[in-house]
Design a protein around this ligand. Sequence first.
Ligand SMILES: [Zn+2]
Length: 112
Amino acid sequence: MAQWMISIRSINKHKQLLVDKGNNESDVEVFKKAKDIYVKIKQKYPNYVVELISRKKAFAPKEKIKYDYVYCPYCRKDRKFQYNYTTGYSHCPVCNISDKEYYVKKYNNLWK
Ligand SMILES: [Zn+2]
């Protein structure tokens, strides 16, 4: 599984670019590589929303979570999770993680 993903979006397009770990790369190196690509894409496409998304590591929220939002520990952002009738769960609209995932529950206090 790729460690990082770059999400490039406009109103009607959503492209995702996966950044994999190379053979001898450490976690820090692969993060730097992903960040470099992210910065370049962001500069090249100022009219698009460009975000660096974690695929493996969950990050704790740095600020208070906005009312009515779910904090996504992989996007590292507050999102409006969308209910999916197929899975029966709500999912992050960008990285697709569900509200049944351990860290999503943990950081949003979703234990019932
Ligand atoms: Zn997400």
